[in-house]
Design a protein around this ligand. Structure first.
Ligand code: ATP
Length: 321
């Protein structure tokens, strides 16, 4: 059935399920400024949405009930399924602004590793906003949805937008970037997570120890935007940048080995994604990315070939049953 805002309300015995997919992200550039008085850091980042998707199935439920479950077999079996879950928080926020809000049950299909530096929780939040917007005919503009997204977390607006974008502020002030040609990557997953705030704190400590005062990150290296616009993986390889990488590697020294292994196996470049610990290996083609992922898997790593950029949160089905 074609997704539509005009879908009629289900009869009392019927339920409606809206399914939405939203992508994980990597950052091809991440500059972090000094710690601000509000406890956040200002950043200048370039996000790329990658073809590894979270999926939310939102089904109408009795008024006032907001519940969440994980699809059997998906990642994240230890994920909190209470009020702290980002999908639940997103549904509550949407219910507050939707006149026709019912209850909702959210089923998460998790493919992006938890605390992996790829914004999986943010993708769940963005997908839930869009699913509940459709389910409750909220009629919010994209701008209003983006505003709600920013209340939920710095990476949530990008999971709504997708594609490629520059993120300023805490990462939530987005400007789409041109990236018309696909880039191919092999993602290497760790068997542990890293907490984003802990990695930022480790960076602050490293900077104090080195006596380095960070500057406000106001600008993105134009070479990054040029390489994205040209779809030029070779050029991009030379300018990938992540201020958080030394801090993540200090907290998890095994990251150094993962990064080195990528280049040993022939990646054009290796970078820690966001606050880590997922590592993104840049490949020269789709075949190269598949080959890298296969070699890494054979060596005992968990790895997957993906491409970028891909769409942001998108309705994939809308059914009354
Ligand atoms: P980012 O790169 O955006 O900082 P991340 O990808 O490293 O985040 P996430 O998996 O998005 O990490 O979020 C990690 C934290 O959020 C964990 O503490 C986890 O318990 C909590 N969390 C709450 N809801 C979710 C959810 N739906 N999916 C993943 N994590 C969630």
């Amino acid at each position: 059935m074609t997704p539509s805002r005009a879908t009629p309300a289900p009869a009392p015995t019927q339920r409606r399920t809206v399914r939405v997919k939203a992508p994980g992200k990597i950052n091809v550039s991440f500059s972090v400024g000094p710690l601000r008085d509000d406890g956040y850091h200002s950043v200048a980042s370039v996000y790329l949405a990658v073809s590894l998707y979270e999926e939310i199935a939102a089904t109408t439920a009795p008024a006032g009930e907001i519940t969440v479950s994980l699809r059997a077999g998906s990642l994240g079996q230890n994920l909190p399924l209470d009020e702290s879950n980002l999908a639940v928080r997103a549904a509550r926020l949407m219910a507050d602004v939707s006149e026709q809000a019912t209850g909702v049950h959210l089923e998460i299909t998790k493919r992006v590793p938890i605390s992996g530096g790829m914004g999986g929780g943010s993708a769940d939040a963005a997908a839930t906003l869009l699913a509940c917007d459709a389910l409750w005919n909220s009629g919010l503009s994209r701008e209003e949805l983006t505003h709600l997204a920013a209340e939920l977390g710095a990476d949530v607006p990008f999971a709504l937008l997708g594609g490629a974008a520059v993120g300023l502020g805490v990462g939530d002030e987005l400007t789409p970037a041109l990236a018309p040609n696909p880039l191919h990557w092999a993602l290497v997953f760790a068997d542990f997570g890293l907490s984003t705030p802990t990695v930022f704190t480790a960076l602050d400590r490293l900077r104090v120890a080195r006596g380095k005062e960070p500057k406000e990150p106001e600008q993105i290296d134009p070479a990054i935007l040029r390489a994205l616009r040209a779809g030029d993986a070779q050029s991009l390889a030379g300018v990938l940048h992540n201020d958080l990488q030394p801090a993540a590697t200090k907290l998890a020294p095994q990251l150094a080995e993962m990064l080195e292994q990528g280049t040993e196996f022939g990646a054009l470049a290796s970078i820690v994604s966001g606050s880590g610990p997922t590592v993104a290996l840049l490949a020269s083609s789709e075949e190269h990315a598949a080959e890298l992922a296969e070699r890494l898997s054979l060596s005992g790593r968990s790895a997957l070939a993906v491409h970028s950029p891909v769409h942001g949160a998108k309705i994939v089905s809308d059914l009354i049953h």
